[in-house]
Design a protein around this ligand. Structure first.
Ligand code: PHB
Length: 398
């Protein structure tokens, strides 16, 4: 099958140039380990795709300690807490007071831009806009990535270790034989209607709101652009909603006696985001290792997706580095179990936040009152608040 293709040799072949793939390639280069990254999208498409924007302290530390943190430090905003809003009232969770930690608001596409610039500066080999990507010989000592570049030339990468960081829709996970993996997943009966608006912030920090009409999240991008979401049906059509309807729906979900009012502006982007919870086990097959959304996805309510991807990369980098430094495969063998510990904690947190904050269409009075009791239990107890704060800002030792 390699016939007619140009052979490229490298130590680590990486499919997917999102933050996970680029961060791994960047870290490997600091240890003198070679890698080639292939990506089907072009740079501009990834740079302009809207994704979530919360970085845990550990993620920020990883960026700064490896020389790619100036963007988040200069342009990101540190948030020392969030508001949980329900029953028409806001309850601030002060993360610094509760657990001595903060998070940073810095959108994922900016993280991508910073990492891509660092790879370009260091002459990293990242090939955007490739097609027909396939992986082969995964259970051998020479796993391979085949692809056609933007100019139409066919290539075959021969590597020692193949990393699948090609997202939830990628090819790597699907290349693991069905009998060698377990797909764990659940679907949710709702999605998020997301907007970008040209308006000043409505609140100093993020507001996670629960109401009889469903969940809403008031997030931010800058002093002049805001990101907001409200729970909707998975098959909702964004085009069917006028700006006024969107603002009225968002406002209805945060209404309360305190008069909290959203700062309205023109809406220049709207889309419906479907989500699910998914974990592939194990995150490995032979010499293929999955990282980030390629191996697991979480609903966005806990803001964990990018942070989990970077946490995977930290564990995987240490394993690959140790393999080249000592010849021992022990850490590679342990990668999946170690990464999955954090993944399952984050799955639980994301599931919990999602089910606590969203309102099911069929929820009767018991379920609504129970949900308010749960929220009251979180904000009314220092221990409850600290549990949420610790999970949201990122567990130190998982
Ligand atoms: C976002 O700003 O896009 C965002 C923030 C927090 C979340 C999800 C999305 O939990």
């Amino acid at each position: 099958m390699g016939a007619g293709r140009t052979i490229l040799k490298t130590q680590v072949g990486i499919v997917g140039a999102g933050p996970a793939g680029l961060m791994l390639s960047h870290l490997l280069s600091t240890s003198g380990i070679g890698s080639i990254v292939v990506e089907k999208r072009d740079h501009e498409t990834i740079r302009t795709t809207h994704r979530a924007g919360i970085l845990e302290r550990g993620s920020v530390r990883m960026l700064t300690e490896t020389g790619v943190g100036s963007g988040v430090l200069d342009k990101g905003t540190r948030h020392e807490g969030i508001d949980l809003r329900f029953g028409g009232e806001s309850h601030r969770l002060d993360f610094e007071d509760l657990v001595g930690e903060s998070v940073w608001l810095y959108p994922q596409n900016e993280v991508f831009t910073d990492l891509a610039a660092a790879r370009a500066r260091d002459n990293g080999d990242v090939r955007y806009g490739v097609s027909d990507t396939a992986v082969a010989d995964l259970a051998t000592d020479v796993p391979k990535i085949r692809f056609t570049d933007a100019a139409g030339t066919g290539y075959e990468i021969h590597c020692d270790i193949l990393v699948g960081s090609d997202g939830s829709g990628g090819i790597c996970r699907r290349s693991i034989p069905a009998e060698a993996r377990t797909d764990n997943f659940i679907e949710y009966p709702f999605a998020w209607f997301g907007i970008l608006t040209a308006a000043p912030p409505s609140a100093p920090e993020l507001v996670y709101a629960n109401s009889d009409r469903g969940f809403a999240l008031i997030s931010q991008r800058s002093d002049t652009v805001q990101r907001m979401y409200f729970q909707c049906d998975p098959d909702e059509d964004p085009a069917a909603w006028s700006e006024e309807q969107i603002w009225d729906e968002l406002q209805a979900r945060v209404d309360g006696p305190d008069g909290f009012g959203l700062q309205r502006g023109s809406i220049f982007d709207k889309s419906v985001l479907k989500f699910r919870s998914y974990v592939c086990e194990p995150l490995r097959y032979g010499n293929l290792f999955l990282a980030g959304d390629a191996g697991h996805t979480v609903p966005p309510t806990g803001a964990k997706g990018l942070n989990l991807a970077l946490a995977d990369v930290r564990v995987l980098f240490e394993a690959v580095d140790s393999f080249y430094a000592t010849g021992s495969r022990d850490l590679l063998e342990g990668y999946s179990d170690k990464a999955l510990q954090r993944v399952w904690r984050a799955q639980n947190f994301s599931y919990w936040m999602t089910s606590m904050l969203h309102t099911r269409a069929d929820a009767g009075p018991f379920e609504r009152k129970r949900a308010l009791g749960e929220l009251g239990g979180v904000v009314g107890s220092r221990h409850g608040s600290a549990y949420l704060a610790e999970a949201y800002t990122g567990w130190p030792n998982a």
